[in-house]
Design a protein around this ligand. Sequence first.
Ligand code: GAP
Length: 441
Amino acid sequence: MNDKNTKNEKMEAIVSLAKRRGFIYQGSDIYGGLSGTWDFGPLGVALKRNIMNLWWKMFVSDREDMLGVDAAILMNQKVWQASGHVDTFSDPLVECNNCKARFRADHIENNTCPNCGKIGTMGEARQFNMMFQTHVGPVDDEASVSYLRPETAQGIFTNYKNILDSYYPDLPFGLAQQGKAFRNEISPRDFIFRSREFEQMEIEYFVDPAKWEESFEMWRKLVWDWCAVIGLPTESIHELEVPEDKRAHYSKRTIDFEFDFPIGKEELLGLAYRTDFDLMNIQNNSGKSMDYNIKGTNTKFVPHVIEPSFGVERTIMAVLSIAYTEDEINGEKRVFLKFPEHLAPIKYAVSPLLKNKPELVAKAREVYNILKKKQAGMPGLSSLGGVAWDDNGNIGKRYRRQDEIGTPYCVVIDFDTLENDTITIRERDTTEQKRVAISEL
Ligand code: GAP
């Protein structure tokens, strides 16, 4: 049962829980914050790592056609000139003549200033480039200009030739990268949904141009598989075929995968057919051939690219909003995060029934150490999620606290444990408790 009436109430409840329990804080909070930046606390970073590790496992380590890279964030300015970002990576900006506040033109409704509420005061739209510019080295001149990367993709394209030289993988093959991206968004908003600093998980999949549709369909299906693995219900995901005039400058076909966030239906991730746009730009600007020569033949061409692009923060926001649940146990309201087990920051919380009984504490420590060791050695997805020690407050309070951070199992050591090496394991979603042997955990 979710009794949050409005979408915003649910969003507010999630933001407040995220802060209170150490998932996500406003960046630079202590100094009044820095708009569009967010810091991850202990549980947030664990959730984020579980998501990113799972993605890497599914799309890189478990596949034969994929390799990983990790490129520098600062790149030669020629990268962004050649890619078209210097000229075209911009949003339309408007300023209110009354209060001087600035907004994205497409976020203005009914010609009304969202800040002062005046009607008809918005000026002419002008293009605002969203890249953060900086200088590399001690001299502030044109030659030292660089940018914080606005997408991880270019770090992949610029390494395509290196990878061919070192590996020469068979076509089709993909290169994957995870890492920070920066965009000077005109109006960052909706918690971590639109941030100025965020993380992406991107794949550039290099294909024979004659076969791009096949690979596009393969990735379309894999995106659905990914959404299922992270626990997003099929009915909450919607494909949007992006029309030509709304597509990025490099794309010939794009499907946005939208998700029913508490703030409404919005883009979660994108799948684009980037053609040979990037490799041709690199070839033309660097003078180096980007040709791929099919082994044992004279057939050569510049591969085309299919790009599935995932935003980490939006994934976290989707996972949090699906997991957020309210119910009632014995007339008492309960809030819990129904994370899939493999995404939960903590998988087992171990407690002695009473913290002032040394024999219970010693036995609980023993179980905690066994579980910690077992958990680390589990294969695949089962190894994700940590083991926590929790002896604060009474058992009921511990359960509530662990429910609120999405821990699927609470393990309690009581006097029976001392007698027969069994423990109580309590399940988050059903609140059912079972007695099992320690060896069965
Ligand atoms: N390389 C292609 C690319 O960057 P994009 O649609 O601009 O495409 C891909 O971004 C994904 O990155 C988005 O679907 C979203 O998940 C995430 N993303 C983009 N801008 C973001 C922002 N300001 N804050 C958080 N995530 C963002």
